[in-house]
Design a protein. Structure first.
Length: 385
């Protein structure tokens, strides 16, 4: 009897240890981002933020939080991305815009339905990625030292849509021309509001009651379901089962940030002159379309505008100036990347040349040694004769 009790106690103790290990295995470190995001983008080290991630294959004029949709959940407005890497970069960390490199993601370990700033008026609503300067403090909420969310986010970082399309599943087709942001920012006001309730972050930019009262539209609510893997994230829009599946790994509270694993270069990063010409052509076509859309929009406004004509003209001039600024900025970025890639190719060339020359030297040395070995044999055969 005592033997059985002893064996039973050992089994319980063993199961307890195993279960404890499994619980600890669910916690991950910052390295988890490095491994999971490596196939979809490039990690690079920048002075201001350390290791940051830049996605591959994004289109000219791309913005974070522009390739998915917004749904209302128990966490408030929650972003659902169409990309496989969206589970991480739209719910953890911050986005930064580098003048020489465009958008990069800075890793973080606190999950939120989205990390964006908000603006709206009665007709339009806009959002922009929060920069790394804006931190989350559990007891205080958002905290930004020497940074004002209302005025310090660059106009080109925002996305604006007509409020009637805000909750549309294909939101990207309704995002307004980026150059018009200078007008929308003047018309709208800051409504960024995050709370910490029941050990979770709530996005209270526009709560449900305010939405229905202000916009006279019923708000569809979704239930958040925790997915076991980032491959299982998604959204179910059927009327009888409205769910959004999110992946929220828990990160260790204390951890040392290491460098990401060494990556092989993506072929888009190793630009040749031909690839640069192709990229430049794509950028030019994109911004030519943007310009035509902007002009058509302005003509429609002028046809129905009842306000001061001079005021409208000044507004449209500011939009044209904004368009030119954004086009020039992205063109300079493309040219900078091309120059950097060419410099990298030049730096790599001597290494290859040295390898080739060393191979040639080894081959010549072997040939000489072979000739030396054969020379005594020739001399001996000559003497015999």
């Amino acid at each position: 009897m005592l033997k059985k009790l002893f064996l039973l106690s050992i089994m319980v103790f063993t199961l307890t240890i195993v279960s404890t290990k499994n619980m600890k295995a669910q916690e991950v470190t910052i390295d988890y981002f490095y491994d999971q995001l490596a196939p979809y983008g490039h990690w690079e080290n920048v002075d201001a933020y350390g290791w940051v991630w830049k996605p591959y294959n994004v289109q000219p004029g791309w913005h974070p939080y522009s390739d998915g949709s917004w749904v209302y959940t128990e966490f408030g407005w929650t972003y659902q991305s169409d990309n496989e890497w969206g589970w991480a970069v739209y719910h953890y960390g911050r986005w930064a815009y580098l003048d020489y490199g465009g958008w990069v993601w800075v890793p973080g370990t606190e999950w939120s339905p989205a990390w964006v700033a908000w603006r709206n008026d009665n007709d339009y609503i806009g959002w922009a990625p929060l920069p790394p300067q804006v931190e989350w403090r559990g007891g205080e909420g958002l905290h930004a030292s020497n940074f004002n969310i209302d005025v310090d986010i660059r106009w080109s970082n925002w996305c604006f849509v007509d409020i009637n399309h805000f909750d549309h599943p294909r939101l990207s087709i309704y995002i307004e021309n980026c150059a018009r942001n200078v007008t929308f920012i003047r018309r709208t006001h800051d409504i960024t509001h995050y709370n910490y309730e029941n050990h979770r972050i709530i996005n209270h930019c526009i709560d449900a009651d305010r939405w229905e009262h202000t916009y006279h539209r019923p708000l569809v609510r979704y239930n958040v379901i925790d997915a076991p893997s980032y491959r299982k994230v998604g959204i179910n829009r059927t009327p009888d089962r409205r769910e959004i599946h999110v992946y929220r790994p828990q990160f260790q509270s204390r951890q040392e940030r290491t460098a990401p694993p060494r990556q092989t270069e993506n072929r888009r990063d190793l630009s040749s002159s031909r690839r640069y010409d192709k990229e430049r052509s794509k950028y030019d076509k994109h911004y030519d379309r943007e310009y035509q859309n902007l002009i058509e929009n302005q003509r429609r406004e002028e046809a129905v505008q009842n306000h001061n004509r001079e005021e409208v003209q000044n507004q449209h001039k500011a939009e044209i100036d904004a368009y030119r600024e954004q086009r020039n900025r992205e063109t300079r970025q493309l040219e900078t990347r091309h120059v950097d890639d060419m410099d990298r190719a030049v730096r790599q060339k001597p290494v290859n040349d040295n390898k080739n020359s060393s191979k040639t030297e080894n081959k010549d040395r072997k040939e000489k040694e072979k000739q030396k070995d054969q020379q005594p044999q020739k001399d001996q055969s000559t003497r015999r004769r």
